[in-house]
Design a protein around this ligand. Structure first.
Ligand SMILES: *Cc1c(COP(=O)(O)O)cnc(C)c1O
Length: 347
């Protein structure tokens, strides 16, 4: 017998969205990647770094991207930590705050990877549901778990909780409130100012969606320096390699390019949402780079399969709360026009 910890033996493990080997054969709208390439400055920076210098370790403090982030978000550098994808931060937050047997919570439906990370740690997991009006259901006046993860904008539904409500939550959560802002760059609002006003608030961001860098694995968190110091103790000391560090700094510095991509995606999102509604779909107004849409027969699997047969990949969830719809990433206008054509075809 191999002496595995019991929780590891019993856990199922996370299943990421499908990444086909022949991605070029599909219109790929299933994992919320950006349809535009990264900034040309990013590619220049990577090419310049990709030389004999790679034999040296990277800067363990990731100073170049950290300083670029500090300037952009207007926080001192000791309020920020860079990470190898925001998934690394979610993992390290659980390691920092929830001991074995202690409780963490998140909203269901949102990002179920929080549960996988908690299972690895041996922490207990609680979920809070949503009402039909997309409000948090049954959340206590005081929540005493160690961490509460709030995905905002919500994934996979795409809506945002009202700002006043999030601020109220910061007071109701006695542990840490982690606001996972993976999609905030596509939204009207964000919660970074709550980090200044509430010592228990952490905001996480990723470069995977709005900065077109899913393949580089880059994320960051903003929180009080005491929290950042703890996350710095826990992380791999060389968590960002040399190429990732120069890519992150270049991406953050090229805000003109970034804003152009985000604006295009938001405009395409509005066009696509309206086109879906004209086909009789119910579409939740989205603040992210995807929409959650239900066909008139409320059969997400049929829509998924019909699109798959036409080489269009979207995300379908078997969860009974989500099986009536599909989550569709916003691609280029041309990709979304083809998707509308295909949906008309399979009506
Ligand atoms: C994509 C995503 C992440 C992971 O981001 P990475 O930086 O790619 O690890 C985290 N949270 C949510 C809600 C996401 O959708």
């Amino acid at each position: 017998m191999i002496p595995l910890r019991r929780n590891i033996k019993e856990m199922a493990g996370y299943v990421p969205g499908y990444q086909p080997a022949d991605a070029a054969a599909y219109i790929k709208l299933n994992t919320n990647e950006n349809p535009y390439p990264p900034s040309p400055r990013v590619l220049e920076a990577i090419m310049a770094e990709a030389g004999e210098g790679l034999r040296r370790y990277p800067d363990a403090a990731s100073r170049a991207p950290l300083e670029a982030a500090a300037r952009l978000y207007d926080f001192p550098p000791d309020w920020i930590v860079m990470a190898n994808g925001s998934d690394e931060l979610l993992n390290n937050l659980i390691r920092a705050f929830a001991a074995e047997g202690e409780e963490i919570a998140y909203v269901h439906p949102s990002y179920s990877y929080y549960a996988t990370l908690a299972e690895i740690q041996g922490a207990r997991v609680r979920t809070f549901g949503l009402t039909a009006r997309l409000e948090l259901d049954d959340f206590p006046a005081r929540y005493e778990g160690k961490l509460f993860f709030l995905t905002n904008p919500n994934a996979p539904l795409g809506f945002c909780f009202p700002r006043e409500f999030i601020e109220e939550l910061a007071g109701r959560v006695t542990g840490m409130l982690v606001i996972d802002e993976a999609y905030a760059d596509f939204a009207e609002e964000h919660s970074l100012d709550l980090v200044r006003r509430h010592e228990n608030v952490v905001v996480t961001r990723t470069f995977s969606k709005s900065y077109s860098l899913a393949g580089m694995r880059l994320g960051l968190a903003i929180a009080r320096p005491e929290v950042i110091a703890a996350l710095n103790k826990i992380r791999d000391h060389y968590n960002l390699d040399r190429l990732a560090q120069v890519a992150a700094a270049a991406a953050l510095r090229d805000q003109d390019y970034f804003r152009g991509c985000v604006e295009n995606i938001r405009a395409t999102r509005e066009w696509f949402s309206n086109a879906l509604r004209e086909l009789g779909y119910e579409v939740i107004p989205s603040q992210a780079n995807f929409v959650f849409a239900s066909s008139p027969d409320r059969n997400g699997e049929r829509v998924y399969q019909g699109l798959f047969d036409r080489n269009i990949l979207v995300r379908y969830f078997t969860d009974p709360l989500l099986a009536h719809g599909v989550r569709i990433t916003i691609g280029t206008r041309e990709e979304m026009e083809k998707t509308v054509e295909a949906l008309r075809d399979i009506r």
